[in-house]
Design a protein around this ligand. Structure first.
Ligand SMILES: Nc1ncnc2c1ncn2[C@@H]1O[C@H](COP(=O)(O)OP(=O)(O)OP(=O)(O)O)[C@@H](O)[C@H]1O
Ligand SMILES: [Mn+2]
Length: 494
């Protein structure tokens, strides 16, 4: 259900009615810690079956009205790259000219663009890709099957990563499998020396999309032949030199980097097949500069030092006054990221990035999720500190989270379904059941934290303005109401 900006009014009316009653029932529902669900109030008696027959859990979630709220129109300046190729200097044309394609086989209409270029051209001020993106399946398909023509190490960062290139000039970042799916990170390892996991990169992309954020570049799994798809084709001599055959005849390599790039930590094929994640490369920084921001809740990255936020319970009061967190959505965007990180147990969010073109009024890129999903048996409450200390959350996020705690849309079920579409699912599920149930358990914690914030707020200020919820949905209601009154007659007849 995609609603174009000129959507038919009856549809909007139905949507509005359903949305409003659902919203109130979702708001009423207190968290039941025993069953890990939210009581649904009027929802059950509305007679609306949320799940269509034959719909998968993911399809049902994505067709829910809360995931299909009309979005404001996107103006020309809200696209990251200029989309029409009328002039040679346009970003899209520059890509085509750069790669030597002077309309030889692409005629510059978006239909003929390869999926990676369509992905780049679809990045806007608000998200990396649209909800129900028809380009997602071809993009994933190409990432997981296209011939690899080049593989070189990616500089920067601490652990081994490769940049893979495809015949149509698309590129992806590869992270290799380093540990078994249900193996837990050693409890004596500090967060800053944990391994990166290929399945974490993939699962993070799915979780981010399930939450409705769309702020992580698409990542898919792939079995890579380390000989024919890396060793034989690489022009990276430093990388080529690190290949060897293990005692059991598996082909291994370790590359060059500052963490875990040694014979003891080599990544090995079986005997040549290596599981890896391939994440879609963002537009080159020469076309779209990115800005890197230090997270105000960055950990100390030291075994002994505490960060400021660990010593000062009122730390958020300072952050709230500090640009860019004092205006717009930056603080609630950061809280969104905090929730994602808490759900997947990622303690390594030291920085985040934005596209410079959009200034401070834009979404946050959630890059580098390799250290997520390391443990399922314990949760890390300190990751939620920004939510605890600031007590603020977007309404749309809260509504999504509440929906995902209902039995029909349970987060673990939706994630299991979503991840089953990844090519590596045929080898083994991307997240073990233990990791999936950890997601449900952590979701309860997030919702309880928000409820505690609201209780605290009520006891301090009584009923009245809700300081906890950042109302990004009221605008939506106003928008729909406006359309409703303007076209009342038409709707009444229908
Ligand atoms: N999909 C992507 N497209 C383009 N650039 C990316 C992408 N993912 C990551 N990068 C860039 O590459 C850098 C290194 O990647 P990443 O953070 O995943 O590696 P890392 O080894 O974990 O780094 P660090 O040690 O700094 O945490 C990132 O800071 C980011 O700027
Ligand atoms: Mn990292």
């Amino acid at each position: 259900l995609i609603l174009p900006h000129s959507s038919p009014q009856p549809l909007l009316l139905i949507l509005l009615l359903f949305f409003l009653s659902l919203q109130s029932s979702l708001e009423e529902g207190p968290v039941d810690t025993h069953t890990m669900t939210v009581r649904v109030g009027k929802f059950g008696s509305m007679g609306i079956k949320p799940m269509g027959s034959g719909m998968s859990k993911l399809e049902a979630l994505f067709s829910h009205p809360l995931y299909n709220m009309p979005t404001p129109p996107i103006h020309e300046d809200d696209w990251l790259l200029k989309r029409d190729c009328s002039e040679k200097t346009d970003a899209c044309c520059m890509i085509l000219y750069d790669i030597g394609d002077d309309s030889a086989h692409w005629n510059r209409s978006s239909d003929s663009h390869p999926p990676w270029l369509r992905f780049h051209l679809g990045i806007s001020r608000w998200q990396l890709y649209p909800h129900l993106d028809p380009n997602m399946a071809p993009l994933a398909q190409q990432l997981s099957t296209h011939r690899i023509v080049s593989a070189v190490q990616k500089s920067g960062g601490t652990q081994l990563k490769l940049v893979m290139s495809f015949p149509n000039y698309g590129q992806a970042i590869l992270k290799p499998m380093k540990q078994e799916r249900d193996e837990e990170t050693n409890f004596n390892l500090y967060y800053f020396s944990d391994f990166e996991r290929h399945n974490a990169e993939i699962a993070a992309f799915h979780l981010d999309r399930v939450l409705g954020y769309r702020r992580i570049p698409p990542a898919v799994g792939r079995l890579v032949d380390v000989v024919t798809e890396i060793k034989d084709i690489t022009t990276d001599h430093k990388l080529a030199r690190t290949f060897f055959t293990s005692p059991v005849n598996n082909v291994c390599f370790y590359g060059q980097c500052s963490y875990y790039c040694s014979t003891e930590h080599a990544v090995c094929g079986r005997p040549q097949n290596l599981e890896a994640s391939l994440a879609m490369m963002l537009p080159d920084t020469s076309l779209a500069t990115r800005r890197s921001w230090r997270s105000p809740w960055k950990r100390s990255y030291s075994r002994s030092k505490l960060a400021v936020w660990e010593k000062d319970p009122d730390y958020c009061d300072t952050v709230k006054k500090t640009p860019p967190y004092n205006k717009g959505t930056r603080l609630v965007d950061l809280i969104d990221m905090t929730i994602l990180d808490f759900l997947m147990g990622n303690m390594d969010r030291h920085h985040y990035e934005t596209f410079e073109k959009f200034g401070n009024n834009t979404f946050l890129l959630h890059l580098d999720n390799g250290r997520a999903f390391g443990r399922h048996s314990t949760d890390e409450p300190s990751i939620l500190t920004p939510l605890e200390q600031c007590c603020r959350i977007r309404r749309s996020t809260l509504l999504h989270l509440r929906l995902l705690s209902l039995p029909q849309y349970r987060l673990s079920d939706v994630m299991r379904d979503s991840l089953s579409h990844d090519p590596l699912f045929s080898v083994a599920p991307l997240l073990s059941e233990l990791h999936l149930s950890a997601l449900d358990r952590r979701l309860v914690t997030v919702l309880q934290t928000v409820s505690r914030c609201q209780e605290r707020q009520r006891s301090r200020h009584g009923e009245g303005d809700d300081d906890v919820i950042y109302d990004d949905v009221t605008d939506y209601k106003t928008l729909v109401k406006h359309r409703f009154t303007k076209n009342k007659k038409k709707i009444d007849i229908k």
